[in-house]
Write a protein that binds this ligand. Structure first.
Ligand code: GDP
Length: 321
């Protein structure tokens, strides 16, 4: 594992501390003789209560318990780990697989990101305060570290502070920021951003949007307009629409995401602030009920606290002693 990888596991473990305590410690799984657990109804009851308290949700909790009970694994933690990974990895591969089957004869010095968007423009949407703007900055840094050129479009023309915040990040990272007028049309900024990205041949444009609630019909329609207009500037774009969800809002955030997904089909979700909650199990109903892959997760305010989501890493960080 690379240095950054090891570092990320430490950050991830630290960030998931509250959920880990919720799951492992409260369920009494740690430091217990787990042989023959299949017949230990008390232990399974405790596990059920801990999964529900971590916001895993009823249907997934029932599935996890039944696969733990039918598992041939001797160790309950291993059986639980299998069951959680199964829940977190969507059945159908939604992302393009590398089918080349050929090993390149050279190794590029910079490894491509494991979460490469399917095109050049990604719209970032969500409710106010979930971490959209800081997520855009962190994503920008991530993709630059993976050898990509990046631009931002400050599509939150509603709050002057949002544009200013993105400008500061742009300066810090050396990323060009396309700005609009305060109170101006966000679709115009998105159009400028998409045209400019195409003209410059920049690899990736991240489009910020103003925070909104799913029941603000006009604002939801505005997202569709931004989407359409990007396609006029650059056919086939935006390739992706990622919704940023604050893990602290749990089931409520998931319900909002469902409404957003009806208004503008999402291609991915970024879950922030997992460090602020014991309800990190919310990732499971997000995958299960939304049917949209989790692209990145955030476990803190530092740039490297946002990394591509990997079900195996997540479960290891959650359960390993
Ligand atoms: P926006 O309104 O959606 O654009 O939200 P901002 O990007 O302004 O972020 C709101 C706050 O959430 C900021 O203080 C961020 O530093 C903070 N934040 C974002 N992601 C995380 C995270 O993963 N963990 C923690 N603890 N804070 C975060």
């Amino acid at each position: 594992m690379t240095g950054e990888g090891t570092n990320w596991m430490t950050r991830l473990r630290g960030g998931l501390q509250k959920t880990r305590i919720q799951l492992s410690t409260n369920a009494g799984l740690l430091g217990r003789d787990l042989r023959g657990y299949g017949r230990n109804a008390d232990l399974l009851d405790d596990l059920e209560a801990a999964l529900l308290a971590a916001d895993v949700g009823g249907p997934a909790t029932a599935d996890i318990l039944s696969s733990v009970q039918s598992s041939r694994r001797a160790d309950l933690m291993a059986a639980l780990s299998d069951a959680l990974i199964e829940q977190l990895e969507p059945k159908k591969a939604t992302e393009a697989e590398d089918t080349s089957g050929l090993t390149p004869w050279f190794q590029p010095t910079v490894q491509p990101s494991p979460v490469q968007p399917a095109g050049h423009v990604v719209m970032i949407i969500g409710v106010n305060g979930v971490g959209k703007t800081t997520t855009i900055a962190k994503l920008g840094q991530h993709y630059m570290e993976h050898g990509q050129s990046v631009m931002f479009a400050a599509g939150d023309t509603f709050r002057a502070a949002a544009g200013a915040q993105l400008e500061v990040w742009g300066d810090r990272l050396g990323v060009p920021v396309i700005q609009g007028r305060e109170g101006g049309d966000p679709a115009a900024v998105a159009f400028d951003g998409a045209s400019s990205r195409r003209a410059r041949g920049t690899d990736l444009l991240l489009v910020d949007t103003a925070g909104r609630l799913h029941n603000q019909t006009n604002l939801m329609q505005e997202l569709n307009k931004v989407h359409r207009v990007i396609g006029k500037a650059d056919a086939g774009e935006p390739a992706e629409v990622w919704m940023v969800l604050d893990a602290v809002t749990g089931q409520n955030g998931l319900q909002q995401a469902k409404k957003f997904n009806e208004a503008i089909p999402l291609t991915g979700v970024v879950v922030t602030k997992l460090d602020g909650t014991a309800k990190g199990g919310i990732l499971i109903p997000i995958v299960r009920e939304l049917g949209v892959p989790i692209k990145f997760i955030g476990v803190g305010e530092q740039a490297h606290d946002l990394q591509p989501f990997n079900a195996h890493e997540f479960v290891e960080a959650l359960l390993a002693e």
